[in-house]
Design a protein around this ligand. Structure first.
Ligand code: HEC
Ligand code: HEC
Ligand code: HEC
Ligand code: HEC
Ligand code: HEC
Length: 443
């Protein structure tokens, strides 16, 4: 019965019959039968990873600054198939390579056979034309053999190693630059009770009912969103750009929660802001934390006049400049330090990371030794009486000083500076008014 159905599916889509080894590597070959996954992926940061102008500029800078010693370090994650097949050794020729080598492709993920480590992309691909996935009983089709593998099943804990080992970066000095997988491993999502477990895929590839392939005769199943929005948006003309941005905003709007409490004290008010990592299954920010800047803005007014503020950024200013001039500033992110303990941006120079992130939940029980609160708080001393106080958290995916370094080095076009968005995190936008007679907002 299954064979007969497979044959029928093939007849219905016979133009695509039997993708050969080369065709399998090209995402365009998948589009006709998997239009949903293709469309979602095409706008994802996985598709963008090798086209990202910030990436291209930084890799170019790295090759120059290290006289080529950087080698395939960056490109082995951002265009892994190109490295595997010897199409590039340093990523400097990415612009000349065909689409099948750009970014993290369908074939690259769906051919993973083994995960041989925890960081720097230790994924080992099979060479048998079989595309692995999370469907236990895939309908047979001539285009490609398919097989279930728990590494792709988001309901299995081991699936986090497929994502995670490419999301953690350790540089040549042993510095743990990006640690999303490591952070996740310390949370209850990675080791808690079965009903608390959440893998990367369970949060980042939400499922819905649909067909896995757009060919007649396939059953309805749970299919999974491939657009993986989070923080970064395409800065160039790119598919699904606006849709991605909306999805990012929607996610960020419920990622952090905040509260604001006001206590009148002699000569002014004491304002306590609490920020909580409500939804991220690791720290927030995470990943490229060294380039990210999340910060708290607080403004106290008396009537229309401002009596106190912190975290108010000027047009075009880098958050790093704000850090220098605003002693009260409360911000989240990492900074990298080099050989002489000086501030650096370049990955390959980093010997030490210092920063502050809102941790993911390690336990729900405050008496558990592993318990770490997912919220942090900060007290601001407002030196005068205020009748109204506003607060919010903003996030900039890559700070201006990082972009300026790439622009000044001649590797990045100056126009990208103005294109870098700054997001406001919806659930952290608060307003307290003396006239409401409440100590805290929200209550
Ligand atoms: C001729 C149509 C066709 C083409 C072309 C095609 N597929 Fe498929 N694919 C299918 C069908 C049919 C299924 C089974 C769907 C089901 O069982 O619900 C499938 C299943 C899959 C699965 C799920 C495997 C599992 O067990 O979970 C993956 C992954 C997959 N395809 C990836 C790809 C990729 C990547 C490409 C491009 C290189 C591609 N497919 C090209 C028809 C096609
Ligand atoms: C970053 C890795 C990654 C990339 C890139 C990727 N996929 Fe997937 N894909 C997955 C994972 C993981 C699942 C399974 C989720 C589950 O079942 O829990 C999946 C599931 C699927 C399925 C089964 C149906 C479904 O939605 O669950 C198909 C078909 C598929 N992918 C096709 C594609 C195609 C076509 C592309 C490129 C256009 C692509 N994938 C790119 C990781 C990836
Ligand atoms: C081959 C390495 C690799 C694998 C495997 C991989 N990723 Fe990624 N992922 C990347 C890279 C590189 C980027 C960022 C590209 C860029 O912005 O230039 C990225 C971006 C992302 C983003 C967007 C981050 C942002 O700030 O916008 C999310 C979310 C994500 N990946 C989740 C996943 C999940 C879930 C899986 C497993 C199903 C996975 N990744 C597997 C390399 C990988
Ligand atoms: C409990 C749900 C959950 C789990 C589990 C989870 N994430 Fe996330 N992740 C989030 C949320 C929420 C955000 C923040 C929303 C956003 O960035 O739009 C986020 C943000 C990210 C980002 C962007 C980070 C940043 O701040 O720059 C990356 C990359 C990412 N996740 C990858 C992963 C990987 C890889 C795993 C598995 C090791 C994972 N996530 C597990 C919910 C989750
Ligand atoms: C282990 C795999 C890996 C390696 C090695 C790696 N990256 Fe990435 N890169 C990622 C992932 C995963 C993300 C997404 C992280 C996030 O969204 O927080 C990313 C995001 C980025 C981004 C977009 C976000 C940002 O901060 O600008 C740039 C640019 C980038 N990488 C440049 C580089 C450069 C340059 C190198 C080499 C010096 C490099 N990467 C090495 C996996 C890697």
């Amino acid at each position: 019965m299954r064979r007969a159905l497979g044959l029928w599916v093939c007849l219905a889509a016979c133009a695509e019959r039997g993708l050969d080894a080369e065709a399998l590597k090209d995402p365009a070959s998948c589009q006709s039968c998997h239009p949903t996954q293709y469309q979602q992926w095409s706008g994802s940061m996985h598709a963008y990873a090798a086209a990202d102008p910030v990436f291209v500029a930084w890799n170019k800078r790295g090759q120059r600054e290290t006289s080529g010693a950087l080698g395939d370090f960056c490109v082995r994650c951002h265009a892994p198939l190109a490295v595997l097949e010897g199409a590039t050794t340093d990523g400097l020729n990415l612009g000349e390579l065909p689409a099948k080598y750009q970014g993290i492709t369908c074939y690259f993920c769906h051919s993973v056979q083994r995960v041989d480590g925890t960081h720097n992309n230790p994924l080992v691909l099979a060479d048998d034309r079989v595309l692995r996935g999370g469907i236990a009983d895939p309908v047979e089709v001539d285009a490609h053999p398919a097989r279930y593998d728990p590494l792709f099943d988001r309901n299995r804990l081991e699936s986090a190693s497929l994502c995670g080992s490419c999301h953690d970066i350790v540089n040549g000095h042993g510095t743990k630059l990006e640690r999303t997988y490591l952070e996740w491993q310390s949370t209850l999502y990675a080791r808690g009770e079965p009903h608390q477990r959440q893998t990367c895929g369970q949060c980042h590839m939400p499922s819905s009912e649909g067909v896995a392939a757009d060919v007649p005769g396939v059953p309805l199943r749970r299919i999974h969103d491939h657009s993986v929005p989070a923080v970064d948006t395409a800065l160039i003309d790119f598919p699904e750009r606006e849709a991605q941005r909306l999805q990012i905003q929607r996610l960020l709007d419920t990622t952090l929660y905040a509260s604001l409490c006001v206590l009148p004290v002699a000569g002014g008010m004491q304002v306590t802001v609490q920020v909580e990592n409500f939804a991220a299954g690791h720290g927030f920010p995470s990943g490229a934390t060294q380039d990210r800047r999340a910060w708290v803005e607080i403004v106290a007014y008396l009537g229309a006049g401002v009596v106190y503020d912190s975290g108010v950024i000027r047009e075009g200013e880098a958050v790093s400049e704000l850090i220098e001039r605003d002693p009260d500033l409360w911000w989240f992110g990492d900074r990298l330090f080099g050989e002489n303990d000086e501030l650096v941006h370049d990955f390959w120079d980093a010997r030490r990371v210092e920063g502050l992130a809102l941790p993911g939940p390690t336990s729900n029980d405050p008496f558990d030794p592993s318990y770490v609160p997912t919220h942090l708080q900060r007290v601001y001393e407002v030196p005068e009486f205020a009748s109204r106080i506003t607060a919010r958290v903003q996030l900039r995916p890559v700070d201006h000083d990082v972009l300026d370094m790439l622009i000044d080095g001649g590797d990045l076009d100056p126009s990208f500076r103005a294109l870098m968005p700054t997001f406001e995190l919806g659930a952290t936008v608060l307003e307290w008014r003396a006239e409401d007679g409440r100590a805290c907002v929200p209550l």
